[in-house]
Every structure is written in structure tokens, then in C-alpha cells.
Design a binder for this molecule. Structure first.
Ligand SMILES: CC(C)(COP(=O)(O)OP(=O)(O)OC[C@H]1O[C@@H](n2cnc3c(N)ncnc32)[C@H](O)[C@@H]1OP(=O)(O)O)[C@@H](O)C(=O)NCCC(=O)NCCS
Length: 161
């Protein structure tokens, strides 16, 4: 694999979205530690394998390249985690995961999807905005950040009735 163009061709042609299973956890945790400054623990991940959660995997062949974790609360989907292996970022996997989880949430009669994103996370903020999310508020000092805390933007996307 030489450069991003080669990755793009591979991902466009051969990216599969399927359910994430507990067998994927070792690889998912490795991606999690590379993708997030404050990664989820294995226990936190395992706690999401429940009836009202949806966990999605983006795969190139057998290789897990990213995942998403969504909690359904009544009629609202809450995107808790979206992460792509840094070596595969910028090639469309995050958008594919996001579109998939949104279409599944709409299909399962959710009325909206909400999420929190760090104020400093321009990449994720841009992706969510382009895909139709709007900022509906802020949660002050929501995230740990070095010795201090960082605000979260709260974003929402409503599904048509
Ligand atoms: C946010 C994240 C999931 C996006 O996944 P991805 O596969 O890299 O994103 P995509 O390739 O689908 O790109 C989607 C959009 O994201 C933005 N984006 C992606 N990579 C970017 C980069 N390096 N710089 C700026 N914007 C970027 C762009 O708006 C892009 O759309 P465009 O191609 O039309 O410009 C990924 O960067 C990631 O895992 N980051 C670390 C974890 C994280 O921050 N998760 C979100 C927490 S709320």
C-alpha cells in the first residue's frame, strides 16, 4: 500500500459495514487507544453489548478499520463513539459508518440522533455538520483535557417524520 489514493480505491471498492462482535474487541481496543486521547476501557466497551445498543464495524476484508457505538434511549439514538484507525482515516470509513448508523436508527423509528464532540475536534465536527447535524448546545467542561477540562458541543440530527 503506497499512499492515500491507493487506500481510497481499496475502501471505495471493498468496505463492508457489519455488526461489531466481542471477537472484534482486541482490534477495536487497539484502534480506540490510537484514535482517542482518553480511550474507552475494555469494561466500558463490553458494557455496550446490550439490547438497546447498536455497535457497527467497518471492515476491509477481515480487517477492522473502524467502529461506531450507538445507544437507543426511548426514541432517541445517542452516538457514543465513532473511531477509525488513524492509518485509514480520511478515506471515507467514518462517513460510511455514520451514514449506516443513521439509516439504521431511522429504520428503527428513532426520531433523532444526538452526540457530543470536543470543541477542539474540528475533523469530527466538520463531518457531522456536512452530514446534517446542527449544534444545539454546549456541555461545559464535559471532557478531561490534560490537567483541565474541555467543553463539548452537543449536536443533533432529526429524522423526517
Ligand atoms: C472523526 C473520524 C471518525 C472521521 O473518520 P474518517 O474515516 O477519517 O472520515 P472520512 O474519511 O469519512 O471523512 C469525512 C469528513 O471528515 C473530515 N475529515 C476527515 N479527515 C480529515 C482531516 N484529516 N482533516 C480535516 N477534515 C477531515 C472531512 O470533512 C471529511 O469530508 P470530506 O472528505 O468531504 O472533506 C476519524 O477522524 C477519527 O476516528 N478520529 C478520532 C476519533 C474521533 O475524534 N471520533 C469522533 C469523536 S466525537
Amino acid at each position: 500500500m503506497r499512499g492515500s489514493e491507493t487506500y481510497q480505491q481499496v475502501l471505495d471498492g471493498d468496505l463492508l459495514i457489519r455488526g461489531l462482535s466481542t471477537d472484534d474487541l482486541p482490534r477495536a481496543l487497539s484502534i480506540e487507544r490510537q484514535g482517542h486521547s482518553y480511550p474507552w476501557t475494555e469494561a466500558l466497551f463490553r458494557d455496550c453489548f446490550r439490547a438497546n445498543y447498536r455497535l457497527w464495524a467497518a471492515c476491509h476484508g477481515d480487517l477492522l478499520v473502524g467502529y461506531a457505538v450507538v445507544a437507543y434511549m426511548f426514541d432517541e439514538a445517542h452516538l457514543l463513539n465513532l473511531c477509525v484507525d488513524p492509518r485509514w482515516q480520511g478515506q471515507g470509513a467514518g462517513r460510511r459508518l455514520l451514514r449506516h448508523l443513521l439509516s439504521e436508527a431511522a429504520r428503527e423509528q428513532m426520531v433523532q440522533t444526538i452526540l457530543e464532540v470536543r470543541l477542539s475536534n474540528d475533523t469530527a465536527y466538520r463531518l457531522y455538520s456536512v452530514e446534517g447535524f446542527e449544534e444545539i448546545g454546549r456541555r461545559p467542561e464535559f471532557y478531561p483535557n490534560g490537567d483541565g477540562r474541555e467543553d463539548a458541543r452537543v449536536m443533533a440530527l432529526q429524522f423526517p417524520a
